[in-house]
Design a protein. Structure first.
Length: 207
């Protein structure tokens, strides 16, 4: 009797084992599906986090680029300001150089004018000195002519009589006149005016 039910028992056991195995497989399949879904969710989460990191990195990079752009703009403004100041300084330097050249030209003109005035003054001084010497010499010639006329009168000499410095020396206080320009006096006749060897030293002729 026991042997007759044994196959059925085995069948039941087998069916029960198959059911258990099927349930186990279904459970494992469900867990596997859940695991896959969890894995997918994890990948999505990772992708999302990666995108968020990338977006954050992009924002940081954008902020950095904006700061660099600000620095570039600031540097450009600084360069432009320096260029404008340099141009202004160049214009001021050119204006100052022009003024210096103008002052130098005026100074040169003043020096030239001063040199010309000095030369004219020297010429005038020389001319005045020469005129002074000529006047002194002419005064000596008048004394010599006066002494000659007095000698001729006292010694009854006519106009053609020859006369020398020795003849009229007593009438000159025995001191013959000396030309201030180192000229030499020459006498000839009573009617002739005494002369000096220096040009321009002469008595005016009587009309």
């Amino acid at each position: 009797m026991k042997l007759k039910f044994l196959p059925w028992v085995l069948v039941v056991v087998s069916v029960a084992g198959a059911g258990i195995l099927y349930n186990s497989n279904q459970q494992q399949a469900g867990e596997l599906a859940q695991a896959r879904q969890a894995s997918q969710e994890l990948e999505q989460l990772r992708a999302t986090m990666s995108d968020q990191h990338a977006e954050a990195g992009a924002k940081d990079e954008l902020a950095r680029l904006r700061e660099e752009n600000k620095d570039v703009l600031r540097l450009r403004n600084e360069v432009r300001r320096l260029r404008e100041e340099n141009q202004q300084f160049s214009k001021q330097a050119q204006a100052a150089q022009a003024q210096v050249q103008s002052v130098q030209a005026q100074a040169e003109a003043l020096r030239a004018s001063a040199a010309q005035a000095t030369a004219q003054a020297q010429q005038a001084e020389g001319a005045a000195r020469m005129q002074t010497l000529a006047n002194a010499c002419i005064n000596n010639l008048r004394q010599i002519d006066g002494a000659t006329q007095q000698w001729a009168l006292e010694n009854r000499k006519d106009a053609t009589a020859r006369v020398t410095m020795a003849d009229i020396l007593p009438y000159l206080r025995n001191k013959p006149p000396i030309c201030p320009a180192n000229g030499t006096y020459t006498l000839s006749t009573v009617s002739s005016l005494p002369t000096c060897s220096v040009p321009g030293h002469m008595l005016p002729k009587s009309p």
